[in-house]
Design a protein around this ligand. Structure first.
Ligand code: HEM
Length: 393
């Protein structure tokens, strides 16, 4: 029989081994015990939004793509610009085009109510992309979860890493390869253009300059999208069924009715063309491959473990904003659900900022422990009431 001394180490070694196994890995069950209502809460808000406006499903799916292609799936696309910070929203592929932020806000508010400080904005985007696809008639998949949120964004990477609609096939292939995605992933994920709309500015050069375009299709588009002006006039990415997630996108490509130059590029090589044909003839293979590629895309460089944070508001990084008072023109975070009537210690922070008096050092006790707990929870991503709260002041 093992000695008591050896037995002492067994659970510790087990915990350590399990720790190694789960560190860095996403899991579909991540919220099962941490926030059992997370998935149903996200789905309810997405379904309500997409019922109201079918295009919102397309917009939410695209947000996840634009998040993942820029330094990984870390919710960075959601950060608003401020006077001291420039996020990704004004990058060329996003500016005036990405949408759905208000729906993400609504989802976040709902999950914060169910489980404060637990569900990341990056995971919300991954779930919303899946739920939107399913609601519009597409395939379902289990979404690996446990991503954490970035504290920053990268405008330059958003400009360089999200492919442009004017890209040729080799640029598209290398852009996907840079993210660890294959040519097969490129063809299957481009099938997202079975839903949603694009602005005239995204396809103008195709409808006036390309030769591999159906002439009636081009003439019709030219009426809505003149050579000059009407940049924001919208057209369907899938001319046949823009509100339904199906394989019509690939049929359009075979008929030279791809809206974007980048779409039609998929018919340019035998490898990609044969996959396009496969997806026309076997819609179930498209659905299966699409689901697999979405999981792969959702796995691009997630922040896990102690990296990143769980943002309370998807639009804002942790920047001491909890300390800002409301005034007649501004409503801060003190009245947000997790803080209202509950967060305290502000006077102590004021005193610390002024410079501590002997009296404040004596009084610092529990309030300091509480606010430090929140500070660490927000700034370093530590769970609330965890190590931060143990701090002895
Ligand atoms: C292969 C390279 C891709 C290029 C060059 C590309 C480019 C574009 C462009 C230019 C638009 C229209 C934007 C506008 O005019 O406002 C668009 C829309 C869209 N894209 Fe892509 N995209 C690509 C891949 C993807 C992927 C991988 C996904 C999702 C996984 C996706 C999902 C969508 C959706 C759903 C829309 C419609 C959005 C809406 O209606 O709000 N795209 N894309």
């Amino acid at each position: 029989m093992a000695s008591p001394r050896k037995m002492f180490w067994v659970p510790i070694i087990q915990v350590f081994a399990i720790g190694i196994l789960v560190v860095g890995a996403l899991s579909p069950d991540y919220y099962s015990s941490k926030c059992p209502k997370a998935l149903s809460t996200v789905k309810a808000v997405v379904v309500a939004a997409v019922k109201k406006e079918a295009r919102m499903g397309a917009s939410l799916l695209r947000l996840h793509f634009h998040d993942c292609f820029v330094n990984g799936c870390d919710g960075s696309i959601l950060l608003d610009d401020t006077s001291t910070f420039t996020g990704e929203k004004t990058a060329r592929p996003n500016n005036g085009s990405v949408r759905g932020f208000e729906v993400v806000d609504d989802i976040k508010k709902a999950v914060e109510k169910a489980c404060p400080g637990v569900v990341s904005c990056a995971d919300i985007l991954a779930l919303a992309a899946r739920d939107s696809t399913v609601f519009l008639g597409g395939p379902s998949w289990k979404v690996p979860l446990g991503r954490r949120d970035s504290t920053t964004a990268n405008l330059t990477a958003a400009n360089t890493d999200i492919p442009a609609p004017t890209s040729n096939l080799s640029t598209l292939i290398s852009s996907f390869a840079n993210q660890g995605l294959s040519v097969k992933d490129l063809v299957s994920l481009s099938g997202s253009h079975t839903i949603g709309l694009a602005r005239c500015t995204s396809f103008r050069s195709r409808i006036y300059n390309d030769t591999n375009i159906d002439s009636t299709f081009a003439a019709k588009l030219q009426k809505k999208c003149p050579r000059v002006g009407r940049n924001n006039s919208l057209s369907r990415l899938d001319t046949a069924t823009p509100k339904h997630f199906d394989n019509c996108y690939y049929r359009n490509l075979l008929n030279e009715k791809g809206l974007l130059h980048s779409d039609q590029e998929l018919t340019n090589t035998t490898t990609t063309l044969s996959r396009v044909k496969k997806y026309v003839n076997e819609p179930s293979t498209f659905f299966k491959d699409f689901a697999k590629s979405m999981v792969k895309m959702g796995n691009i460089n997630p922040l896990t473990g102690s990296k990143g944070v769980i943002r309370i508001n998807c639009r804002k990084d942790c920047n001491g904003s909890i300390l800002l008072d409301d005034n007649s023109t501004f409503t801060g975070e003190e009245t947000d659900v997790p803080n209202n009537q509950s967060a305290r210690g502000f006077n102590v922070v004021d005193e610390i900022k002024r410079g501590p008096s002997l009296e404040s050092i004596q009084r610092i006790g529990s309030s300091k422990r509480f606010i430090y707990g929140h500070y660490r929870w927000i700034n370093r991503g530590q769970p609330r009431h965890s190590s931060g709260i143990q701090y002895s002041g």
